[in-house]
Design a protein around this ligand. Sequence first.
Ligand code: GLU
Length: 497
Amino acid sequence: MPKKSELKNIRVRIAPSPTGAAHIGTARTALFNYLFAKQNKGKFILRIEDTDKERSEQRWTDEIIEELKWLGIAWDEGPDVNGNFGPYKQSQRLEIYQQYLNKLFAEGKAYYCFCTEDELEAKRQEQMSRGLAPKYDGKCAHLSKEVIEKNLAEKKPSIIRFRVENKKVKFHDLIRQDVEFDAGLLGDIVIAKNLDTPLFHFAVVVDDFEMQISHIIRGEEHLSNTPRQILLQEALEFNQPIYAHLPLMLNMDRSKMSKRQGDVAISDYHRNGYLPEALINFMVLLGWNPGTEKEIFSLSQLAKEFEIEKVQKAGAVFNIQRLDFLNGFYIREKPIEKLTELCAPYLKEAGLLMAGQVSENKLQKIIEVSRTRMKKLSDIVELSDFFFPDKLNFDKDLLSWQKAGDEATKESLQFSESILSEIKEWEIKNLEEKLFQASEKFNEKMRYPINNKGYMLWPLRAALSGKQSSPSPFEIADILGKEKTLKRISDAIKMLC
Ligand code: GLU
């Protein structure tokens, strides 16, 4: 195998089928291919595998393109980018497949099969009842030219099969090392429905050759497809690309990730407010680790540090807590102007932020005091909703500190009210200083332990936020302004009367 420094003309690809929402597994495969191309000065190609006419839809192609772009994973050639090896959609390459199908026919390596579905099913059942692995028995493998022509002229339903040799297929995988597979188990495989409708294995093999793909980096679910594809490459006298099969993505209980068990669509993560930086960082660790304690990586760092040989074989557990941790980290790193811009749509959608109601400066302050507790952008709604309405709704019991009771709580709030109404310089440092001083006086007056600030600050904070947890009362008061702050305190006092 050539050493990394010697690798030339690296061309890799992802080849998603647009038959459903763009999958997080596709994004991870795209990322690993992208990084491999970047560090080897190679090319990364997006090819859309839409040969399945019934299930493929343009909207899924659009979504794949949109979400990968959002993640920052850019390709050098693809359906939306010029390249010398296009078209990059399989539905536009049918003539190319036809040429190669004809070549296989001409060399006797492919044949028409006229067996019906019922017939094949009955044979499968019969084989299984004898404890055998089902495979095609070769009934149509040696039909005479006349029979074939007659059947075709009569438009008898048919498919195209490829003659699979009875031999061992061996290949070296960059991740799984040496892999061996007994092709004798396969039987002659179906490679096309007809000359205009190639099936998956055939189209993949032809395209990878035609597009001069040097390395195939894809999910482990394709490992069992590889021997079939190698046999086709051999039959067509194509070079064999180098393979790397990425480990499966597993749920926390180590079951295989599937649509039923949670979010697998990239758009779900996008919509819920995960940042592309966090997802990139998270996805690369689904199978790769740098061999050090380091766990924060930007896309550009990864392009330098990533090594395909360090990708593990064992399944990679999709730990959402780790994603939340990374997302929180990147949220805290964001410049406040940018974070505010990213949060605003969530507040608008929740009906909290109306045009012109809150100044940009105030909004930035709201986001700033909330961001330490945000795991994802959508959390901003729950963390900051109390800043926006004129009047809060909450249970009055929330106001009481250590079961102080309504009377004592009311006194506490009245004390805060009298202090705050005197404050001229409405600014966070000053508010904090004055309220701390006042808290000691209040505790002295009420004979509470002198340093227990909760007697004064808890009812105040609860009155201003209506929440069990929130930023400090100084931060909230600073943002609300004097008038709103005093109004909320008096509303709370009324609740206690
Ligand atoms: N079209 C296949 C898929 O969507 C990928 C084929 C490949 O990577 O070889 O799973």
